[in-house]
Design a protein around this ligand. Structure first.
Ligand code: COA
Ligand code: HC5
Length: 635
């Protein structure tokens, strides 16, 4: 089951300055033993544990723009106490270093537990991102089915690369990246628990799953996508099967069992136990969990103007639009759901626990390229058995849970405000021409936009990839810095000269890029601090005072939660805010334009996704204008 033949369970693997038994290298499936995957993974360095003093100093620096002077003084004192020789900090640091030597990645397991499996808010909006593809060229049921078949064939094509371990290794700044997440996204599913969820990955079971789940009119079907000889079904075969599924599920008056997966995780954990008491229900749920992915063939949705189209599509991908629309045509615990409407709308939703956005986007880029290939002529094929429907017996208790889930989903759908914009004036080209990092430029513009709207700086999160390290996930780039604060405060000050504004802009952009470099090389502060806290819990020590401090609470209250997710396809990714008075901002910078999805909660009177969208556009334009108007010293 651990997939490493005994011959290899000898010797030691040296990596990241830490010698440890080779058997601690991550378990892999038997099919991958001799593969390139394993040797690639073994060559990756381990995530370092940053020096304690460095983190404490950098933490203080990061707090400067977001807490007041008194709070800062207090935190400094707490940190002095924490760091003193022979103190708690040293002890925890040693514990962490030991953990780093005994695991493949000291952080990953803790991170998945804390950030995802222990997090009890609904995965919908609060955790699972959506992805919107450009509108496709179909506008009826037949077009929907044909496209869905093509897309499915494209995913299977990508899956072949995963199965054969022929996926090209990715690089960042010339360094190879961990490829593990690619092996976690297909045939896997989250399972609700009463207090904590778990993930199953059936890709590793023998034999691996051969079917996908199709959702249509709130009904689920098991569609085998491989022939008995192991070859994938052709696009035509899939198309025929999807037509049969749609014909067999025209009746719309069905209980939307899938909506249960939109619930608060504690409620869903309870409802799940109730649901799977019934043998048929359990078999149906298992079939969904095991399936390679879910294909959601959505019912019609309200038609909107072209200008509103992407925002509406983002909502469809993020939560399905509420119980009267498509929120019940999903199984949100499923790691990967492709969503296809009748009007050319197409995208995905993914459950975040097993992987970050970039591997999902790479898969989708491949699929889109595949769907753009010219159609092959239809070839006659042997008839296949009807894909079985996954039945559910609905008891009165389950019925009540469904009604409750509908209500809470509708409240959440009502509350989520989403604005997608294509900023068309420039993309990465302009900052590059000014010798600035495009990502840092966009982040500084976000700081300016927020400051203009709210007259203050806020704790800001940007995802940084830790995939340079084995099993690496993310750390936080804290985009609000003292340099960005000086810049945003000066920018609209009429007493300041343009030369000073440009100088402050450059400093802010450089500070952001240098934080980014620090984060991607495992030297940022957030995961280290989290690790120290977890180490205290693990050692059954009292939680250090620095974590009970009001500054720490403020530092983690991310009113701006942001992420850059680049793609080859001109698509846009989206997610919800992480605090009630916050914004979620996902952006995809292309060469000459930038796609943004901005979200907020309507229940918060202070925030507005549309206003932030406007403020971001203005900030980007104003920053370019000042750069163009101001001659700069040669760099
Ligand atoms: N002058 C000119 N060009 C510059 C420059 C400068 N000063 N600084 C950077 N550039 C160029 C880069 O060379 C790069 O060129 P390319 O377009 O040819 O690749 C481009 O500008 C983009 O660089 P930059 O904008 O600095 O950002 P990045 O691509 O390094 O990305 C992060 C920064 C933080 C987004 C990235 O490191 C990361 O971690 N990504 C993963 C995030 C993630 O996982 N998100 C999803 C979470 S689920
Ligand atoms: C389709 C890609 C969506 C990106 C999702 C993302 O950025 O998730 C972040 C993950 C992390 O660990 O930083 C979390 N965030 C949405 C809260 C920024």
């Amino acid at each position: 089951m651990w997939g490493i033949c005994s011959r290899t369970v000898v010797g030691m693997a040296k990596s990241g300055g830490c010698v440890r038994p080779r058997h601690l290298v991550r378990p892999v499936s038997a099919t991958r033993v001799a593969g390139r995957y394993l040797s690639h993974q073994r060559g990756l360095p381990c995530l370092p544990v940053p020096p304690l003093q460095q983190t404490c100093e950098r933490y203080i620096t990061a707090l400067e723009p977001i807490v007041d002077a008194e709070e800062l003084m207090h935190t400094k004192k707490l940190l002095q106490e924490f760091q003193k020789p022979g103190g708690l900090g040293e002890r925890l640091q040693k514990g962490l270093q030991k953990r780093a030597c005994n695991t493949d990645n000291w952080l990953s397991e803790w991170w998945v537990q804390l950030a995802y499996l222990d997090y009890r808010m609904p995965v919908v909006v609060h955790s699972s991102p959506g992805l919107v593809l450009p509108r496709m060229d179909f506008n009826d049921k037949l077009g929907q089915i044909r496209f869905a078949a093509r897309l499915t064939a494209g995913v299977l094509d990508f899956k072949t690369m995963i199965d054969n371990e022929t996926l090209p290794v990715e690089y960042m700044g010339g360094k190879p990246l961990c490829m593990n997440q690619y092996y976690e996204v297909l045939s896997s599913c989250r399972i609700p628990g009463l207090k904590r969820d778990s993930i199953v990955n059936h890709a590793k079971s023998s034999p691996p799953p051969k079917h996908i789940t199709v959702a249509h009119n709130f009904q689920f079907f098991q569609l085998d996508v491989y022939n008995s000889d192991g070859t994938p079904l052709t696009e035509d075969q899939i198309c025929d099967q999807l037509e049969r599924i749609c014909s067999a599920s025209q009746e719309g008056n069905v209980e939307p069992v899938g909506i249960l997966t939109t619930q608060h995780r504690d409620s869903w954990g309870k409802a799940y136990l109730e649901l799977i008491k019934d043998k048929t229900n359990k078999e149906s749920v298992t079939a969904i969990q095991k399936s390679i992915f879910t294909l959601c063939l959505d019912g019609s949705v309200p038609q909107v103007t072209n200008e509103m189209y992407r925002s509406r599509a983002a909502v469809q991908m993020l939560h399905g639009g509420g119980s009267q629309w498509n929120s019940g045509n999903r199984w949100f615990d499923k790691t990967l759901q492709f969503i296809i409407g009748e009007d050319g709308t197409c995208g995905a939703n993914y459950e975040h626990a097993p992987a970050e956005g970039p591997p999902i986007v790479a898969l989708i880029d491949h699929v889109v390229e595949y769907t753009r290939k010219p159609e092959t002529a239809r070839s006659p094929s042997a008839s296949l058995p009807m894909p079985p429907k996954l039945h559910f017996n609905i008891t009165p208790e389950i019925q009540t849970n469904i009604e409750e889930a509908k209500r809470s989903m509708d409240t959440l759908a009502q509350d989520l405000d989403m604005k997608v914009i294509v900023f068309g004036h420039f993309g990465k080209n302009v900052p590059k021409a000014h010798k600035m990092s495009p990502d840092a430029f966009i982040q500084v513009a976000l700081q300016l936009a927020f400051y203009r709207m709210h007259q203050r700086c806020c704790a800001t999160y940007e995802s940084a990839s830790l995939r340079m390290y084995r099993l690496g996930r993310t750390d936080t780039i804290r985009s609000a810095s003292s340099a960005s604060a000086s810049f945003v405060k000066a920018f609209d000050d009429p007493s300041k000269q343009n030369t000073e504004k440009v100088d402050l802009m450059e400093k802010a952009v450089k500070a952001h890029r240098s934080y980014t470099n620090m984060a991607i090389s495992g030297q940022a502060i957030d995961r280290h601090l989290l690790g120290l806290k977890m180490q205290a819990i693990e050692e059954k020590l009292s939680v250090p005072a620095i974590f009970k401090d009001s500054a720490y609470t403020k530092a983690l209250h991310y009113r701006l939660s942001t992420s850059q997710v680049p793609s080859k396809t001109d698509c846009v990714m989206c997610f919800g805010p992480v605090v009630p008075d916050g914004y979620g901002v996902c952006y995809n910078p292309m060469n000459d334009h930038i796609n943004f999805a901005l979200s907020s909660f309507s229940s918060c009177k202070e925030t507005s996704a549309a206003h932030l969208a406007q403020a971001v556009e203005d900030a980007l334009m104003d920053m370019r204008a000042v750069l163009q108007e101001t001659p700069r010293a040669k760099l």
